[in-house]
Design a protein around this ligand. Sequence first.
Ligand SMILES: NC(=O)C1=CN([C@@H]2O[C@H](COP(=O)(O)OP(=O)(O)OC[C@H]3O[C@@H](n4cnc5c(N)ncnc54)[C@H](OP(=O)(O)O)[C@@H]3O)[C@@H](O)[C@H]2O)[C@@H](O)CC1
Ligand SMILES: Nc1ncnc2c1ncn2[C@@H]1O[C@H](COP(=O)(O)OP(=O)(O)O)[C@@H](O)[C@H]1O
Length: 280
Amino acid sequence: MSEARTITTAEVAALLRVPGPHDDKYSRGVVGMITGSTRYPGAAVLGVEAALRTGVGMVRYLGPARAADLVLQRRPEAVTAEGRVQAWVLGSGMDAGAASVEEGPDAESAGRMRAALASGHPLVIDAGALDAVGSARGPAIITPHARELCRLTGSDLDAVLADPASAARAAADQLGVTVLLKGHATHVVAPGGPMLVARSATPWLATAGAGDALAGILGALVATHEAAGPVDLAHLARLGAAAAVVHGLAAQRASAGGPLTVLDVCAAVPATIAALLRSR
Ligand SMILES: NC(=O)C1=CN([C@@H]2O[C@H](COP(=O)(O)OP(=O)(O)OC[C@H]3O[C@@H](n4cnc5c(N)ncnc54)[C@H](OP(=O)(O)O)[C@@H]3O)[C@@H](O)[C@H]2O)[C@@H](O)CC1
Ligand SMILES: Nc1ncnc2c1ncn2[C@@H]1O[C@H](COP(=O)(O)OP(=O)(O)O)[C@@H](O)[C@H]1O
């Protein structure tokens, strides 16, 4: 078994960037999101909602037209024009091979995804972008659930579920990226780095779209940090664990012991962050 340490709420609170009087929307950080697809547009809405609720200077949403329309209906704050970003979230709500699509309504966002992968900016790589991890030029954190990790590394599902810490570490070493392996406990590790575990989640979070929200929370945290200086793989691991804790605590708040929807979790993120900030 791999050594693992539960990240504390004090560590998470210390990783939250608070805007100051001299900040503007660009100095706070811009997260670019190429998520959602014509088949799964809802994932784009959830990720954008989560990123905005986490606090970031701007969300630049560059996915397919159907998803962009829904994102704008829900969140007119989102900017759908190309421009500079500090960090990218790629692949939530997309089928495997999304970066290779060359025809149809999702081809333009596939091209944008290839450009983001080659940009050198930090990357949050989820769902349909996971198989493109080899073309990431910047530091990357991948966010698979156990089945996705197995598809990516060829490992056995029972072995991953029995020892997720070792599976996450092996994947990080094999792929040369930071790995955030989702589950009841979420394991996060950079190649050669310490294993961090987030244990704040409630099983009510086992619902479709919860992972799309996690990617948005993480993307916002990465963009706000990258805006202050370059983020490396070890830093991505700390931010990944912090995002999972915020996500889990927001789910506890949204649940209050009962069922939740993913938009409820997103709505609970600002109060969750405010409570963490009060504790520092
Ligand atoms: N609102 C949105 O837009 C949302 C969009 N989403 C997007 O959906 C995409 C697919 O994501 P995912 O994670 O579901 O896909 P994946 O890893 O292929 O797992 C499927 C495999 O699990 C297994 N399986 C086991 N039990 C099963 C069962 N009872 N019912 C069905 N399957 C069952 C089954 O294996 P089998 O039994 O067939 O061997 C199957 O192969 C992805 O792009 C994601 O971002 C989601 O985020 C949701 C919200
Ligand atoms: N039993 C559970 N207890 C706590 N959290 C869970 C549980 N099952 C799933 N989660 C969390 O819910 C999210 C599900 O993400 P994911 O599997 O990507 O789903 P989706 O693709 O539908 O968004 C992850 O953040 C995961 O950690």
